[in-house]
Design a protein around this ligand. Structure first.
Ligand code: NAP
Ligand code: ZN
Length: 344
């Protein structure tokens, strides 16, 4: 275990990948006591997002090794910097993809800290939550509502906010036709947000068992799409189709499923550039957009909605010692529906 927090340098015990695509191994490093706005968090649980895998594999060309993954962190504040006033030691907080931003630019001042040019990804610019302690800018540590259990809270901090913000920014209100493509960690939360906020929901999945379970989660219609096959059309045209798929597909049939003025919203990151003809967009004034995580105000709104409406990630819990096994299950698309590591 790490040394006790205090006034001196402490050692953090973590799991890191030391080369592209490698396995997680023990890794220790030192941190100084929290400065100015920083806080040190004792990690309780940490979800595994597919972005951890993209980073382990250096899919986005920005990974630095040793890389400590983990950006769906729930923990208790262990120590605070001298200017932290909104958190105290012992508070239960969550941290997602974002470590910090400038808090002064136009985007930050509009509550879009996730769009800030200086925004720092937790595991892009430092160690993440597969560790006994995490140091972060306290202004990106969010108090967790009492009604949300620590084991299920983590996935809301990246997966949850990403789908909530993606749907909202695509124009989701209620009474609409919402499609969700890919029912993994993000997709299964998207089904719940869309349905519980009063929409009709259609899912597209490659997994037969997920099609059945999606209906238990509230989906009105589930369409199974074999890999490489053309999807069957949904009963109704869609106002929004949210794609959570981390792979390149033929998007053209999905664009045809959109209603006039409908939006195809990407939150999943395909592994190839989009190749899309203009006419199916132009003739029906359809849009294509993409959306990264969410700003601080929207994170707080999302947590409050999750508590009020009982939106709960469905998790498979692993001890941190089983982290490699859990990661492999994510790679193999075998998790139902989000893997979470218990750290302490
Ligand atoms: P996940 O749990 O692995 O789920 C992805 C789902 O996509 C799978 O469960 C599967 O659903 C479907 N899928 C996977 N490969 C496919 C393929 N070749 N063809 C068709 N469907 C496929 O991943 P996640 O954690 O939800 O993350 C999904 C994506 O979102 C990743 O690219 C991740 O990096 C990205 N992400 C983006 C943001 C952001 O800010 N925009 C934030 C977090 C994550 P079915 O079994 O239902 O087919
Ligand atoms: Zn993530």
């Amino acid at each position: 275990m790490a040394n006790k927090p205090g006034n001196t340098t402490m050692q953090i015990k973590a799991l890191a990948v030391k080369k592209t695509g490698g396995l997680l191994e023990e890794y220790k490093f030192d941190v100084e006591p929290p400065k100015v706005h920083e806080c040190l968090i004792k990690v309780l649980t940490c979800g595994i997002c597919h972005s951890d895998l993209h980073m382990i594999d250096n899919d986005w060309g920005q990974s630095k090794y040793p890389l400590v993954p983990g950006h769906e962190v729930i923990g208790e504040v262990a120590e605070i910097g001298p200017q932290v006033t909104h958190l105290k030691v012992g508070d239960r907080v969550g941290v997602g993809w974002q470590r910090s931003s400038c808090l002064q630019c136009r985007d930050c001042l509009r509550g879009n800290e996730n769009l800030c040019d200086e925004n720092q990804g937790l595991i892009v610019t430092g160690p993440g939550g597969f560790a006994d302690y995490l140091m972060v800018d306290s202004r990106f540590a969010f108090p967790i509502p009492k009604g949300i259990d620590s084991k299920i809270a983590g996935p809301l901090l990246c997966g949850g906010i990403t789908v909530y913000a993606g749907l909202r920014n695509a124009g989701m209100s209620s009474g609409q036709e919402i499609g969700i493509l890919g029912i993994g960690g993000l997709g299964h939360m998207a089904v719940q947000f869309a349905k519980k906020l009063g929409n009709r929901v259609t899912v597209f999945t490659t997994s037969q068992d997920k099609a059945e379970f999606a209906q238990k989660m509230g989906a009105d219609e589930a369409i199974v799409v074999g890999k490489g096959e053309i999807p069957q059309a949904p009963s109704n045209k869609l106002d929004i189709l949210l794609s959570t798929v981390p792979a390149a597909l033929d998007w053209v049939p999905y664009i045809d499923f959109l209603d006039s003025d409908g939006a195809l919203a990407f939150v999943g990151v395909p592994d190839a550039p989009l190749s899309i003809p203009l006419f199916p967009l132009l003739t029906k004034r359809r849009r294509i957009m993409a959306s990264p995580i969410g700003g601080r105000a929207m994170i707080n709104e999302m947590l409050s909605i999750a508590e009020k409406f009982g939106i709960e990630p469905i998790v498979e819990v692993f001890a941190i010692a089983q982290a490699n096994e859990a990661m492999q299950k994510v790679r193999d698309n075998q998790v139902r529906y989000r893997a979470v590591l218990t750290v302490s």
